[in-house]
Design a protein around this ligand. Structure first.
Ligand code: NAG
Ligand code: NAG
Ligand code: NAG
Ligand code: NAG
Ligand code: NAG
Ligand code: NAG
Length: 329
């Protein structure tokens, strides 16, 4: 029943507005915002630069603003895009921003489009994704034009949930020339290729796309999307979360955050499925199939589908004990 309902939703998703009000739970709530002008810059989509030396310099498309922006030169730029119900001080910003700034004096840009994804407006939020992508690509293009001391190669775009689908639009609008996009449990509801409508993050969006799945088939996409896809535990339910899908979903952010500086790595094994991975003799560690590192320090030459296990509490990583057999939990 649920499946039919969801299928129906996929079909009508591109139809804007009041149509949706006939569906229980998906009515067009009166405070939901779909900006009438889909032009950039848009005052409901803002960009905030953080470095060790700077807390929240708001970037705008104004030349002087960009020329004066206190970027750390020759350092990475991590562009973080929140999802549904988020803002610049919500996952993945709350986890990744402090972790990155502790790690290096690099640049973090937090995108904020909170008024376009306020609950209960998921459907409108999905409709707003292309606009957020467009305005993000727009300010990035302006930035790279105005600041000759900043290079596109420094940029790494990281999106959580709906933010990963925004990242897909950013990548495409930058003509798929971005160096890396990371999708942290990319949002699933209303994102289905083959059905009319919403484009989904995939490997054509950037030179390298890595994806981490932690609530696959529920809040996150089930199918592999990137050059490399990592499935944590069984990809869908995370230890310590019970049946709490929000908890499983946000674990993508927590594992990735831990990977930035952890001595114990998240090591993953290539396999066709989780069940085969769990039958330890079927997908073996070998010269031709070594363990690879998930997360910030992924090898950009990795390709395919990888599985790894975690502990139920932080620190989550198991290192070379890939099945957690020596774990005390
Ligand atoms: C921005 O959001 C406000 C409500 O917070 C809304 O009234 C306004 O129309 C939006 N503006 C744009 C340009 O989207
Ligand atoms: C940032 O701050 C540190 C110490 O507070 C200082 O040494 C450094 O020069 C500053 N860097 C920039 C780019 O302003
Ligand atoms: C950045 O790199 C360029 C070229 O390698 C170099 O000329 C410049 O001095 C560097 N700037 C800083 C602040 O390190
Ligand atoms: C992408 O390609 C189009 C068409 O060639 C061009 O007009 C546009 O400026 C390019 N955008 C970027 C960000 O390179
Ligand atoms: C589910 O997990 C989220 C995130 O960890 C937490 O904030 C929330 O309280 C949990 N909900 C329940 C019902 O335990
Ligand atoms: C994995 O290793 C086991 C034991 O060493 C061996 O029996 C099995 O055939 C190997 N499987 C593959 C797919 O190579």
């Amino acid at each position: 029943m649920i499946r039919i309902y969801l299928w129906f939703l996929y079909c009508i998703a591109p139809i804007k507005g009041d149509f949706l009000s006939v569906l229980p739970g998906f009515k067009k709530f009166k405070d939901c915002i779909e900006p009438s002008e889909d032009t950039c810059p848009n005052k409901n989509i803002t960009f905030h630069l953080y470095t060790r030396n700077t807390t929240d310099y708001e970037l705008t498309e104004d030349q002087d603003n960009l020329l004066n922006a206190p970027f750390i030169l020759n350092a990475s730029i991590k562009l973080l895009i929140h999802g549904y119900t988020g803002d610049q001080n919500y996952s993945p910003n709350t986890e990744l921003r402090p972790a990155y700034l502790k790690y290096q004096n690099l640049n973090v840009i937090s995108v904020d489009y909170k008024s376009l994804v306020r609950p209960p407006c998921y459907v409108q939020g999905v409709h707003n994704v292309p606009l957020v992508g467009k305005c993000t690509a727009s300010i990035l293009s302006t930035l790279f034009n105005v600041r000759k001391d900043i290079k596109k190669e420094q940029l790494h775009v990281i999106g959580f949930s709906l933010g990963a689908q925004v990242a897909s639009h950013v990548g495409r609008l930058m003509n798929s020339t971005l160096k890396r996009i990371t999708g942290l449990d990319p949002a699933s509801p209303l994102f289905n290729p083959g059905f009319v409508g919403n484009d989904v993050l995939d490997k054509s969006d950037a030179l390298f796309v890595d994806v981490l799945h932690t609530n696959a088939g529920m809040k996150g996409k089930y199918l592999p999307l990137g050059h490399v896809d990592f499935y944590a535990n069984n990809g869908a339910l995370q230890p310590g979360c019970g049946k709490n899908t929000s908890c499983c979903h946000v674990r993508a952010v927590e594992y990735f955050t831990e990977s930035i500086e952890s001595q114990t790595k998240f090591l993953a094994l290539k396999c066709f499925s989780y069940s085969l991975f769990k039958i330890t003799s079927l997908c073996n560690v070998s010269k031709t199939s070594p363990l690879v590192e998930m997360g910030e320090h992924v090898n950009e030459n990795d390709r395919g589908i990888y599985f790894f296990m975690t502990k139920s509490k932080p620190p989550y990583a198991l290192g070379t004990d890939i099945y957690g057999t020596n774990s005390t939990e």
